[in-house]
Design a protein around this ligand. Structure first.
Ligand code: UDP
Length: 325
């Protein structure tokens, strides 16, 4: 099978590329390296078993002619390319909306033209600022005002979901939508805001660990290998077509406790400092207090459960950053 992975040089995309290459598929990647990096796929390009089956295009998904060729060539499209990371979204308000809305429209239009199955990566951010748990795919959503730019990411991804569902309803296009909950693991960078690589890097260099707010906000982290396993299985699940499915981990943790846990596992001498949100981000930033996935649906669909404990997840990130020191 020929698989096109948009954003294939990104954190999750590169792990997906590896998974599909290991399955014996041909993998086509398109990535503009905005937040991805060739470093993420270098080991695949250098691997004798993989390099003849890996085709990398450095370009934007908004380049119509190139996407026409790639979607036309491949059997299935995994659309992972997106502007991501709270810091990146706040720093690039316009560019991130264009990438996330126009980019997905382009992918869906071409998948429809060539009648190719497509998986759209959405996000748990779509749920907005609920505090109840767990979040179920059919839950209502609550956002802050449009002056608070954090919500532009959620709104853009929500629009992507609507567009994909509309293609399914009106054109019978085979679309699968996934909502990812704080995917973490090796190769994720802290440059765009993500907390796990930031805490691990801060702890390893014995710098101050920066907890934003009072640290009581919680998240459930999902290991990237568990995520790519779920994606590969959902890609073959006919009941997932035309629908939205959460993919998330199992252990809820407060961010302040995560800082403690990372500090302990790295035997770091770092101080843990609480930083008010308006110092960490811009004044109009709003955090989500709690985000816990319901994974009942994905369990039923593909008999999948997250298998990596939070300590093992943190250890894998520590190992990655120690090796790259
Ligand atoms: N966070 C933090 N310190 C950092 C970066 C993030 O305390 O250096 C917090 C952030 O405010 C949020 C949580 O960690 O409450 C998760 O942030 P991330 O940006 O990784 O993901 P998201 O907010 O999208 O869940």
């Amino acid at each position: 099978m020929k698989v096109l992975i948009t954003g294939g040089a990104g954190f999750i995309g590169s792990h997906l590329a590896e998974k599909y290459l290991e399955r014996g598929d041909d993998v086509y990647i398109i990535d503009d390296l905005s937040t991805g990096s060739l470093e993420n796929i270098k080991h695949l390009q250098e691997d004798e078993n993989h390099r003849n089956k890996l085709f990398v295009t450095i370009d934007s998904i908004l380049n119509h002619d190139i996407m026409l060729e790639l979607v036309g060539t491949c059997d299935v499209v995994l659309h992972m390319a997106a502007a991501v990371g709270v810091q990146y979204i706040l720093d690039n308000p316009l560019l991130s909306i264009v990438t996330n809305i126009k980019g997905t429209e382009e992918v869906l239009e071409l998948c429809n033209k060539f009648r190719k199955k497509v998986l759209i990566a959405s996000t748990s951010e779509v749920y907005g600022k609920h505090t109840h748990a767990p979040l179920v795919e059919t839950d209502n959503i609550i956002y802050g005002p449009s002056t608070k730019f954090r919500w532009s990411y959620a709104a853009a991804k929500l629009m992507d979901e609507f567009t994909a569902l509309a293609y399914h309803r009106t054109k019978k296009l085979q679309v699968i939508i996934i909502r990812l909950f704080n995917t973490v693991g090796p190769r994720q960078t802290g440059r765009y805001g993500m907390v796990m690589p930031r805490f691990v890097q801060q702890a390893l260099s014995n710098e101050t660990i920066t907890v934003y707010g009072d640290g009581t906000q919680t998240r459930v982290f999902t290991y990237v290998e568990d995520v790519v396993d779920a994606i590969a299985k959902l890609g073959k699940c006919s009941d997932a077509i035309g629908d939205i499915t959460n993919i998330g981990g199992a252990e809820e943790i407060a961010i302040g406790n995560l800082a403690e846990r990372v500090k302990k596992l790295t035997s770091s001498t770092s101080q843990i400092k609480f930083i008010p949100y308006d110092e960490a981000y811009t004044k109009d930033f709003e955090d989500m207090q709690r985000r816990v996935p319901s994974i009942e649906k994905v369990e039923k669909l593909i008999n999948w459960k997250p298998t990596t404990s939070l300590d093992n997840i943190i250890e894998s990130v520590i190992e990655f950053y120690r090796a790259s020191e």
